[in-house]
Design a protein around this ligand. Structure first.
Ligand code: PEP
Ligand code: MN
Length: 338
């Protein structure tokens, strides 16, 4: 950290700050200027006391961080891309991963038909919520354990891996028995107790970016999983809340480029929640691959008009096949394959 001392402070005032810095576990190195002095506080800012509190001293002008707040998630700590394996499906390597399926698991017929269709079109992971984080308590909350049973049946038949959301700490253990990848939803992105519980399962965890979460906060949420010994984190950009009303959320493609730059973790894009409109999903998939995403999470439903959640943004089988048919061309310029 760098502590900037106010101009014309006395030597005693500077010494007082140095003492505080040392007390808080850093090695203070002053640089005395003619009118102004700065103190470099040497030490790991992430594991020591945050010196921002020194701002309360009247002779301190400013305290500045030098290091990023996240450590294990950072590219500096791990220059090579991380490749996460979801029971054999590699995510973050040359091959892009497509996770597709309904927003919610609704019935055996709906899930199995969707599983067959997305597999046929080239997806390797089946998505489907059994526990749904709905804005209103009057809306469909998901089939719960019955939904998990249907997901297992779909895996059994198709060989697709399963990604499904875990909503609460109490559900982690039994959801992890079914899921090959645990999904942390946008509303739980900073539910740190849930993140720690999920980390313990050692399953891959897809961490959605929160509704109004900054990139730094998103990476720090990932850090909670990584510091708890689970390196299998997938970052998922799913749009953020903005003033725009033509879309449900604003898909932040710059965040994808930044996440890839700042972190070694794979980045998945969810174009479905990202815009909330079935008619835009195809174009956002193109954009996602152009931005260097490692995979896509796409909502697909046999009959979106009858969906029990997010019908307006789910694509039908035909549209999904068309999207899959053109993705290779958009992946290629980044050296990726489908
Ligand atoms: C979903 O994937 O259906 C979902 C609820 O996503 P999010 O948490 O991004 O809103
Ligand atoms: Mn949804």
């Amino acid at each position: 950290m760098i502590i900037v001392i106010k101009p014309n402070s006395s030597r005693e005032q500077i010494d007082e700050v140095m003492k505080e810095v040392a007390k808080l576990g850093y090695d203070p190195r002053p640089i005395y200027g003619a009118t102004q002095t700065v103190i470099a506080a040497i030490g790991d800012e992430r594991t020591h006391h945050a010196l921002e509190s020194l701002n309360v001293l009247p002779q301190v002008e400013q305290v500045m961080r030098v290091q990023k707040r996240y450590k294990l998630a950072s590219r500096e700590s791990h220059p090579a891309n991380t490749v996460v394996s979801a029971d054999g499906v590699e995510i973050g390597g040359r091959r892009l991963v497509v996770m597709a399926g309904p927003c919610s698991v609704e019935s055996e017929e709906q899930l199995l038909a969707t599983a067959r269709a997305v597999k046929e079109a080239g997806a390797t992971v089946l998505r489907g919520g059994a526990y749904k984080p709905r804005t209103s308590p009057y809306e469909f909350q998901g089939l719960g354990k019955e939904g998990l049973r249907l997901l297992r049946a779909a895996r059994e038949e198709t060989g697709l891996k399963i990604i499904t959301e875990v909503l609460s700490e109490a559900d982690v253990e039994h959801v992890a028995e079914t899921a090959d990848i645990l999904q942390i939803g946008a509303r739980n992105s900073q539910n740190f107790a849930l993140l720690v519980e999920c980390a313990k399962t050692m399953k891959p965890i897809l961490l959605k970016r929160g509704l109004s979460e900054r990139i730094e906060e998103w990476l720090l949420a990932a850090e909670y999983i990584l510091t708890n010994g689970n390196p299998n984190v997938l970052l998922c950009e799913r749009g953020i809340r903005t003033f725009e009303t033509y879309t449900r959320n604003t898909l932040d493609l710059a965040a994808v480029a930044i996440a890839k730059k700042e972190s070694h973790l794979p980045v998945i894009i969810d174009p479905s929640q990202g815009c909330g409109r079935a008619d835009l999903v195809r174009m956002l998939c193109r954009g996602a691959l152009a931005m260097g995403a490692d995979g896509l999470l796409i909502e697909v439903h046999p009959n979106p008009a009858e969906a029990m959640s997010d019908g307006q943004q789910q694509v039908d089988f035909r549209t999904f096949r068309e999207i899959m048919g053109e993705l290779a061309a958009f992946a290629e310029p980044n050296g990726r394959t489908l």
